[in-house]
Design a protein around this ligand. Sequence first.
Ligand SMILES: [Fe+2]
Length: 612
Amino acid sequence: MNILGLNIEEDCSAAIMANNAVIAACSEERFRRQKCYSGFPLQSIEFCLKRAGLAIEEIDLVAVCDLGTTHMDIVFSYLQRRSRFTVNDYVREAHDFWYPRLYENKDVEYLDVFKDKIDTSVFPEEFNKEFFSNYSLYKKSNVNDIQNLKKLLIRSYFPQIPLEKIKFFPHHQIHGFYGYFSSYFPLNGQDVLIVTADSWGDNENGMIAKFQNGNYEILHTVDNHNLGRVFRNMTLFLGMKPYEHEYKVMGLAPYAPEYSAKAAYKIFDQIMDVDGINFIYKVKPRDYYFWFKQRLEGIRFDGVAAGVQNYFEDRIVKWISNAVKKFNIHRVCFSGGLAMNIKANMIMGQMEGIKDFFVAASPDDNSNCIGVCFLAMYRHLQENLGDWKSIQPLKDMYLGPQVEDSEIKKIIDDYELEKICDIKINAQPDFIAQRLSQGIVVGRCAGNMEFGARALGNRSILSDPRNIAAVNRINRIIKKRDFWMPFAPVILDTYWDKYLLNNNKLYSPYMTIGFKTSSAGAKDMPAAIHSADKTTRPQMLRRETNPYYYDIVSEFEKITGVGAILNTSFNLHGYPIILNAKDAADVLIQTDLDSILLNNTYIEKKQKVFDY
Ligand SMILES: [Fe+2]
């Protein structure tokens, strides 16, 4: 059965499953060159179909994320909220939309507040006509009406898809199936507790389920923890962009002096706590922006970051550990947007009583296009008495478009790179390792693009992790990251034990779990750890996952004795990760980046800028 998985909400994406394996997936932002592009993932679908060698008519099922509860997914797409809203727009949202609704009992219309931002070119004209002329009806619609609206949207691009082939699946189950089938658990058949938590999806924000002897069973759901909502509002309170810069709040937290962290925590601690596998409120704030704003005034900015992070860690860790005890299952797969918090994952992963803990790549809504394929296939097999073991778990995340050698040659000619660069065809990993050890920063664009927010070697900027000055250099050259944000390493399998404190022997191939570093780790890769608390967010790499990439690190180890390389995503500040060789060459030309590696063609500037 051929399944097309669609996430047609914010940060939209598509995936294809054929022969029971997900063989292609991509986020639309990569094609559109607009971060978190929202709307319809048309180019992603076209790529997936091409990779699978299928025509749209050969798709047996279009599996759509979410049962769909409101019309707001469509509204947010018209506004391109995730990609175009500034911090000031979110402040406006709080003051002009939420405040009058929550505190003045006024029926404010979201689209009226942001009417200056509506972009109708996002969807086809015919669909716009239907949506806006019946807006008041869609506003009050039930799940069926919203599903019909989304079917209409899909068929406005692909009219040949019969209505009965389009089906909708529930949000938290999608997160759960993505987490489980991204892991090694299905292969070894162990019992696993699957925990999902996020801001909101299909009227829930948390689910505890289990996978036992091939049976998936939902054990418990919650809708009231609001941890994502609190974190998001504190991101805004600190002047950063909600839905995007939560990781910066997490990164800032370790810098807080104890007195300010404690003062802030006291305020967060007043509202909600964990009771078994439920959440109970001591005080129920009417909102999570103005309520905290009033009470946090005067507390240092980093203290606020530490307060909310500590509150988040405490509650989510308690909730999951209570679930582990209650259901007596000690292997945990954690998924959903809240599983993006690598520091909370660090604590949970090393807790006593946990035998294993896994977090998939980009476990937020972006990966739902993949998760929905797994869930749809599982349900299909169940209904047709098939064997769930025939579903193939993900082996890696290299599911995106490929760099073609013909494309590289054209780029070199079009950009006349030979004039300004030294070019080495068929460069081998030992040569790249040597250049890295000599302080050269390399942007690697090779093979299939990885899916998700983290670059995993194929669209990565690589640098010497020993050199702390490299952090400033990469920031000045290209990344423009905030000064407190750390970089992360890729670490060879033979160095995991040497560099990471990992009592529970976790395997984290997708940079989704934090670890404390050993003294050897902190000494060998100071540029790839958090300088305040010496933690790191590694890509744990095995050779079979990505041989050429592995060999670069391995050759680097032979030269330097260090079994890791600094790995950060290859993108220009404010833009999505690069898609292809052209994007890589654009960055090379527009910035002071030293070199790019396109498949195995190495292109290094003759004149490099080292004076940072
Ligand atoms: Fe979600």
